[in-house]
Design a protein. Sequence first.
Length: 143
Amino acid sequence: MRIQLAQRDEADELLGRSPLALLVGMLLDQQIPMEWAFTGPYTISERLGHDLTADEIASYDPEAFAALLAEKPAVHRYPKSMAARVQQLAAYLVEHYDGRPEKIWSDAADGKDLVKRLQALPGYGKQKAQIFLALLGKQLGVQ
């Protein structure tokens, strides 16, 4: 299914094939336009030279990762703090889901369990979890 959140073909393509990119885009979606947030994972991937992996992001040197997000054009209005949040999210995914974010929804027992799993993600609260749940349902057909 084609995802259209970034309004940029390459970025939307990445969001459609990478659950991690989708989670990172949602994490970045605060205090900046939604399209900018969901283009962020593509920008990071371009700078790394390949698609994102939770293992790589979690183990990346924090200062170097912050610098990567701060390069012009910056990935976010607050690149240093958001770099730390992205790394916290990646580390959590490695620890709890073997670095495979799709396990959050594919292994959930039911809708309640899925919401609980989303709310437990670093940088995700109740509202962000509910929005992401709706996105999963509408964009990826997750039920």
